[in-house]
Design a binder for this molecule. Sequence first.
Ligand SMILES: C[S@@+](CC[C@H](N)C(=O)[O-])C[C@H]1O[C@@H](n2cnc3c(N)ncnc32)[C@H](O)[C@@H]1O
Length: 466
Amino acid sequence: MQPLYPRVRFYFSCSCSRPFSTRSLTFWPPRGPIFALTPGPSASASRSQRARSLAASACYVVPVTLTTALHNSFAPALDWYLMPEAFSAGLVEQAMARYGLGPGDTILDPFSGTGTTVLAAKLAGLNGLGLEANPFLAWAAGVKLGVEVSPLAFGAAAQRVAARIGELADAPAVPLPDMPRIAKWMTPVVAYKIMALKAAILEEEAGPERELLLLALAAILRPAGNLKLTAHAFGSVERKDDAPVGPMFTRKTAKILADLQAIQASGLGCLGRAEVVHADSRDLGGLSHSLLPAQLAITSPPYLNNLDYTMQTRLELFFLDHVRGLADVKAIRKGMVICDAKAMYRDIADHQRVEGFQSIQAIAEAIAVRHAGKNWGWDYPFMTRQYFGGLHRVLEGARNALAPGARFILVVGESSHSGVKVPVPEILGEMGEQLGYHLEAIEIHRLRRSSSHRHELAESSVILRV
Ligand SMILES: C[S@@+](CC[C@H](N)C(=O)[O-])C[C@H]1O[C@@H](n2cnc3c(N)ncnc32)[C@H](O)[C@@H]1O
């Protein structure tokens, strides 16, 4: 079956052998398949000349990496709900083709996020199984898998809600979610419109159409609010006092309807089976599921970047009632691989897993030395040990979930803390070998630069074979 999203063309300049960046994109000579070759700016051109030249040939300008969510935003169903940490379905498709997978095979994603892997598998006629610790994301990915929902029934439900919401200007003063600092992320006028829209959706009978309407609401929360996300960072943007919630919702439901029609026009018979389980992938070893064992696992775990990953979905968690307060958020964070020094949870003993692991201990010590005598960063060494200990549990457990000969691809980035580079891909490769996998390759997708790091940080696929 052909992929349902448009093939994009990579831009490639034969004379450009070094990566270079515009404000938001990094261009890197591709290592994977090239779909179109176009003449590019000469190697002697300045960076800004090259960027201008790229902008002029905009129809060919696509960042080479598939490790961001960018390509999903052109794709049916994949863009119903997105977050910047997602990778693109093309990455999963490349892996399916490379390892010769077909209908009947299962692809596993232990850090499923927005469900890119499982949805890509299902659309390609394979089976997909995802694990996700964040209850909102597990729900959202599950709803995205509902591409069999009747377009007729969904379109009718969307129209009824649109008729009910009217202008939303006279939204009733219903209580807002008990989210700390809610006004920082969304002005009250917008928040009340959202609550009125939610009430209008909840008047619909419970069922898959209503779930899709709630997903459309979830997808407009961030655009309507002031919480701006970039991959692996968050912050507030210039404050918007109001937002056209009704039209935003209508546009989203129209996209969902068009996608349902397009997907179903290709025939439902060629879709695979897929599911996302709300679970902690560190317990993967004990999981039994009818879709296992998998012939491929592909995943992107949280990066060791000292960020609270629940922040990315904080509005969604509160507005869609997956949490009622910070205690619930803390419980979610405890079910996640530790990557944030503000959430160490000393009762979690993942660090003990890597006590005998020399390269991890050496890095943790080096970070500790950099922080000696400082009043910040003292927990970074422990965070590093907890992070790798958590991933050790996932790698060990995945062995039970994978068929003999299966590949386990981990898309991960290097990190840097206080000038100490943490070569996450190499360490995971070493850990995989220690756990009995064969390390086939570490393939670099791109180098990331940050003003706060002295290093260029590689983002790579670590490829392990069972
Ligand atoms: C980088 S994101 C994955 C994004 C995904 N590839 C996509 O395309 O949407 C990492 C995800 O891992 C989840 N996560 C972190 N620790 C977890 C754990 N122990 N078990 C399951 N999921 C976890 C986070 O909630 C987050 O959604």
